[in-house]
Ligand binder design. Structure first.
Ligand SMILES: Cc1ncc(COP(=O)(O)O)c(C=O)c1O
Length: 384
C-alpha cells in the first residue's frame, strides 16, 4: 500500500550546498542601499568594502594582526591565489578526502608541478592529521562539502610548525570553530554558509603567510588577478577594501545584510548552534532508521553543514538510480531542492544544514524523505 504523503511542507525547500539558502529574512528590497552605479573606489564603495572585512573579522573572531582581503573568483579564486603565490618555497603536503580537496591536489601536482606528498582518504573517511608533516606547506579543506566529512578540530596542527597551513574553509566558516592560530591561509566565499552571492572570495592571511609573501617570489608568472605584492611588499590596500579589480557592489550589499543577520542570531555561536540543530535533526532521523546512514564513518567528523547520506537498504540494486529518483521525487513535490549527492561523490543525498536553514524546515522535510524512500522501494518491488 502506498505510504500517504505527509501533511506539512517545509516553508523553504532550499537545501542546496551552494549557493546556499539566503538568510530567512531576505528580500531584494533590503539591498536598496547598494552603491550601484558608483565607483567602488569612491568613499561610499570603499566604506562598504571595509565594513564587509571588519564585520567578518568581528563575527569570526579573526585576530587583529591577520589580513582579510576580498578577492576575485569566489573561494576557488582565493585558494588558487594563495597556492600560486605561496607554494614552492618548501615541500608541500596535499591532503584530500573528497572532490574539492582533490581539485587542489590536481592544481599543485599537475599545474604547478610542485614537490608534494599527497595524502588522501576515501569518501566518508578522513586523513589522519597526526601523520602529516607540518614543516611542509599543508593544503587541506576543513569541511569536505561533497562527502560531509570535516576536521573535528585543529589539535594535530602544531603551533610551532615551519610550514604554512592553507585551508579551504568555504563550507566551514560561519558554522564551525576555526582555530585561527593554526591557520595561515583561510579561504571562503559569500555564497556558502551565509547564503550570500558568489563571485567574491575571502582570503585570510596570518602574519607568517604575509612574511612568506614578502620574502618569496614564485618561479612561475602570476596573473594580475593573483598578485598580492608589489616590489616585495604586501599590497596593503587589498586588505582594507581596495580590491584588485572591480567587485559587485550588489553582492557586497547582500553580504553586509547577511552579516547583520548573523549578528542578530548571536554571531558565530548562534550560527554554529543553528547548524548543529539542523544537522542533529538529520542525525537523529538516520539513527532511528535502518535504511539510511551518514556517509561520514566517524561521528566526530560528521559535518554540520553539508550532511551527506547514503541509502543502506539491501533491496536497492542500483544505488545511483535510486538516490537520483528519491531526489527527483522530493524536488517534484517542491519539498527539497538540490539534495542529490555531488556528481563525483558516492550515490546518496546531501542536505545543507548551515545557519540560514531553519530547523523547522529540516524537520518538515524529513517525513517527505521517508515518504519518497518508501515510494521508490514500492516502485522497485512492483517492477520485479
Ligand atoms: C570545499 C569547497 N571548495 C571550493 C568550492 C568552490 O567554491 P566557489 O564555487 O565558490 O569558488 C566549493 C563549492 O562548493 C567547496 O565546497
Amino acid at each position: 500500500m502506498a505510504t500517504p504523503a505527509p501533511a506539512a511542507r517545509p516553508a523553504n525547500p532550499r537545501f542546496s550546498s551552494g549557493p546556499c539558502a539566503k538568510i530567512p529574512t531576505f528580500s531584494l528590497d533590503k539591498l536598496s542601499d547598494a552603491a550601484l552605479g558608483r565607483s567602488h573606489r569612491a568613499a561610499v564603495g570603499k566604506t562598504k568594502l571595509k565594513a564587509a572585512i571588519e564585520t567578518t573579522r568581528e563575527i569570526l573572531g579573526i585576530p587583529a594582526d591577520y589580513r582579510i582581503g576580498i578577492v576575485p573568483a569566489s573561494d576557488t579564486g582565493a585558494v588558487e591565489m594563495a597556492m600560486w603565490s605561496l607554494l614552492g618555497a618548501r615541500k608541500a603536503t596535499m591532503v584530500a578526502w573528497e572532490s574539492f580537496g582533490a581539485g587542489w591536489v590536481t592544481d599543485v601536482v599537475k599545474q604547478l608541478k610542485i614537490d608534494a606528498e599527497v595524502k588522501t582518504a576515501e569518501y566518508g573517511e578522513i586523513v589522519d592529521f597526526a601523520d602529516v608533516d607540518f614543516d611542509t606547506d599543508v593544503v587541506f579543506t576543513w569541511n569536505g562539502t561533497t562527502s560531509g566529512v570535516r576536521l573535528p578540530n585543529g589539535e594535530a596542527i602544531p603551533a610551532d610548525r615551519e610550514g604554512l597551513t592553507i585551508c579551504d574553509a568555504t563550507s566551514a566558516a560561519f558554522a564551525m570553530d576555526l582555530p585561527w592560530d593554526k591557520l595561515d591561509v583561510t579561504t571562503f566565499s559569500w555564497q556558502k554558509v551565509l547564503g550570500g552571492e558568489a563571485a567574491h572570495g575571502m582570503l585570510v592571511l596570518s602574519p607568517r603567510a604575509v612574511e612568506r609573501l614578502e620574502s618569496y617570489t614564485p618561479a612561475w608568472p602570476l596573473p594580475k588577478i593573483f598578485r598580492l605584492t608589489k616590489g616585495g611588499k604586501l599590497i596593503e590596500g587589498v586588505f582594507v577594501g581596495e580590491t584588485i579589480n572591480t567587485p559587485s557592489m550588489l553582492a557586497v550589499e547582500d553580504y553586509l545584510l547577511a552579516l547583520d543577520w548573523a549578528k542578530s542570531v548571536g554571531g558565530l555561536k548562534g550560527l554554529i548552534a543553528r547548524a548543529d540543530a539542523n544537522a542533529k535533526a538529520i542525525f537523529d532521523f538516520c539513527e532511528s532508521r535502518d535504511w539510511i546512514a551518514n556517509l561520514a564513518a566517524d561521528p566526530a567528523t560528521r559535518s554540520n553543514t553539508s550532511v551527506c547520506l547514503k541509502f543502506t537498504d539491501a533491496r536497492i540494486t542500483d544505488g545511483a538510480a535510486f538516490a537520483k529518483a528519491v531526489a527527483k521525487r522530493l524536488e517534484a513535490e517542491g519539498v527539497a531542492l538540490d539534495v542529490g549527492a555531488y556528481r563525483d561523490a558516492p550515490p546518496g543525498l546531501r542536505i545543507w544544514c548551515g545557519g540560514t536553514v531553519e530547523t523547522s524546515d529540516i524537520e518538515a522535510m524529513l517525513p517527505w524523505l521517508e515518504w519518497a524512500f518508501a515510494a521508490e522501494i514500492d516502485a522497485l518491488t512492483e517492477a520485479v
